[in-house]
Each structure stands twice: as C-alpha cells, then as structure tokens.
Design a protein around this ligand. Structure first.
Ligand code: GLA
Length: 385
C-alpha cells in the first residue's frame, strides 16, 4: 500500500474516525553536486516517488501523540513544556526537533494532535528518509496551526532540527528538495541564495537508483570531519565558503595548500570542481546533451572517490558496472552523503534492463550484498493530500 493510503488507513483503524489532515513529503536523489550544499554551492537533485506520509487530527489538549507505523513505536510529548530529545528512540528526534524549532519561530503554536506516520523511503540509504520525515512534520504543523511559514521556511526548520536536535551537521539540500521538488523536473539549487532553477527531465531518460545496502550513518564522524576540512580550506583562501573559490583561484594556490595539508587540498579540489560541474550540467541539460551530463556525473564520481574519499569498493563497483552498459549515452555516480547508500544512473530508458541485469549478475557474487534496483520519477515536493 502507498504510504498516503497506509497512514490514512491506520489512523482510521487506531482512532475509529477519519484523519482530518494528511500530508506527504518525498525523499530525494541527487543527480550531481555532492557535499557542495554546506559550502554555499550548487546542487541538482530531484524529489522521488518514495516518501513519508502523515495522517492526523487535532486533539483537545496540548499533547503530540505520534505513532510510527513502520516501526510500530509510539512517542508522546507536550507542546506547553520544553521539548527535549528521547534518546531511546532515534526517529523521535526528527519529530520533536521540528516541533521545537517550529515553536521557536511561532511561539503561539501549542495545538495538540494525534499523528500516524508511514513511509517507504529505504532507511540509511542516502535517499533522505529523515529529511522527508522532517518536512512532512513541518508541513503538518504549519497546516495544523495555520502558521505563516513557507515551504522554504519548513525546509530550513527541518535542517535546524537535524543540526541542533539530532546532531547531524547536514547542509540544506535534502530538506529544500523535499519541500520544493517539482514533478518531472530536476531542481538546480543555489544553496547560498536559495534560488531554484527547475529544468525538465529529458524525455525518455530513466533515473535509476541502486541501493548497495552498505549502510551509511551521517552522525558518525566522517561527514562532520569533511565539513570541518572544507571550512578550514575556505579560511585558507580567505573567503566565507568554498563556493567563492573558482577553479582558477584554486589552481593558483593548490601547491601551497597541498604543502600545508594535502588532505585538505584534495577535499577543497572536490568541492571547487564539483560546483563547476553542477553549473556545466545545467547547461548540458538545457541543450539536451545527455552525453555531456553523463560525463560530468562520471567525473563527479571520480572526484568523490579520489579527492573527497567518501565512496566504498562496493559503490565503486556498482558505478563501474552501470557505466559499462551506459557508455556515452548517460552516466552514473554515487549519490548522497557517502560511505555506502545508493548510486544514481541516468540513461535512455531502453538501457534500463541491461543495467539491471549486469548488476544482478555480478554485484552479489563479488560483494556478498544483494542490491535493490529502482527506476524513479521526478516528483512534486511536500503537499497536503
Ligand atoms: C547528506 C546531507 C546533505 C548533503 C549530502 C551530500 O545527504 O544531508 O546536506 O551534504 O549529504 O551532498
């Protein structure tokens, strides 16, 4: 059952009445622009046809009573008392954190509710199940309390919850695309100005996602270390963020930076070149040049593998298999935070079966892990349903 029907159905079953408010927020896949968001740079994701639904209704008191259907777990907290983490259940952080920061923006928000949550974004796979939950909770609260918050506000509140409540120092890409995604479009986002540029998905081009089932976890160290290295590199260049360094400016001082800290230099090279690749990708898409877009995706993967060092052998192997079938007709790369999770491949629809097949024939045999293969559609961002 689709999460939208599932949450309604379970609410009805649990409370013996129909829910009065239903919202849905999608997960995302990033086509190009990785680890650029927290460097004030560019990204090009789309929302996908997997997401999180919430069905609910007002209560007469100031209690949030939340049922996470897929985990069969409950959480309860009061809106008229300070909202604190519930360390026994990690998922509750995404709900409590968002409500806490909604209240920080809209202190009048005290309306209690019963909520049933259900989603189908694969967890810990780099497809932003957590952002989709945060954005869904934010939208639910906004509609419940008729709060003056835009979808962009809701995204930024979600990011704040993740940074300050859950403790993952993520950028703003995942929440922004979950909030602002457009059907059949990729969205180039300027993560500094928050300007968005929608570009239609080229016709007959398939977006494939392959889950490596190598588990990643953002909260544990590596992500935050990369972020610190990028901030230190920006300091070296005397700028606010690496977004402000062009490839030419980087190259001029690359030897100097490498002598100072070779690892930091590689991290910065990834970010600086990746930002340019996103801008080039937007142009390639506008020309309908999928072959060039594919080249840029492949180059992005090499940069993540060799300079940012966030891929794993299993992920590199999946990318290699996909690229061997796709050739110059598209491209493939790891997508998301890294250290596991998914790859994304773009190619003419007639290549889907061959990509699926070569991975089915080889991946498990080599790695002992069984992949999941999805063909996605670029979908609409958060909405009432
Ligand atoms: C995770 C973070 C995002 C972004 C990506 C890498 O998904 O949540 O903010 O930094 O990693 O591009």
């Amino acid at each position: 059952m689709h999460p939208k029907s599932q949450s309604r159905h379970l609410f009805q079953q649990k409370y013996n009445k129909a829910p009065t408010l239903n919202v849905y927020a999608p997960g995302r896949v990033n086509i190009i622009g990785e680890h650029t968001d927290y460097n004030d740079g560019f990204v090009m994701p789309c929302a996908i046809n997997y997401g999180t639904a919430i069905s609910g209704a007002k209560r007469d008191d100031q209690v949030f009573n939340v049922y996470a259907a897929d985990l069969n777990e409950c959480d309860q907290f009061r809106l008229d008392q300070p909202i604190v983490p519930n360390p026994a259940k990690k998922w509750t952080g995404y709900v409590r954190g968002v409500v806490k920061f909604i209240q920080e923006r809209c202190p009048e928000f005290r309306q209690g509710a019963d909520l049933v949550i259900s989603g189908n974004v694969p967890l810990s796979s780099g497809l932003s199940s957590s952002a989709s939950l945060e954005v869904a909770v934010g939208k639910f609260c906004q509609l419940l309390g008729e709060l003056p918050l835009s979808n962009t506000d809701i995204a930024l509140i979600g990011q704040k919850a993740e940074n300050r409540f859950v403790g993952a120092n993520c950028g703003n890409m995942d929440q922004l695309i979950s909030a602002l995604g457009q059907a059949e479009h990729l969205l180039m986002i300027d993560c500094r100005s928050l300007e968005t540029l929608p570009t239609p998905m080229p016709k007959d081009i398939a977006v494939m996602i392959v889950n490596s089932h190598v588990k990643h976890d953002l909260v544990t160290g590596e992500y935050n270390t990369r972020r610190q290295q990028c901030e230190a590199a920006a300091k070296f260049f005397g700028v606010k963020a690496l977004r402000d360094v062009s490839i030419e400016q980087f190259q001029k001082r690359e030897t100097e930076l490498t002598a100072l800290d070779a690892e930091m230099a590689k991290r910065a090279r990834h970010v600086v070149t990746e930002n340019q690749r996103v801008l080039d990708a937007a142009q390639a898409l506008n020309r309908g040049d999928i072959s060039r877009l594919g080249e840029l995706m492949n180059a992005s993967h090499v940069s993540m593998r060799d300079d940012f060092e966030i891929t794993t052998p299993e992920i590199d192997y999946l990318v290699e298999l996909a690229q061997s079938v796709i050739g110059k007709s598209g491209g493939a790369r790891m997508t998301g935070g890294g250290f596991g999770g998914c790859i994304v491949a773009l190619a003419p629809a007639e290549k889907v079966d061959a990509v699926r097949q070569i991975i089915a024939d080889n991946y498990q045999q080599r790695t002992g892990l069984k992949e999941d293969f999805y063909v996605c559609t670029a979908s609409k961002g958060v909405h009432q349903c």
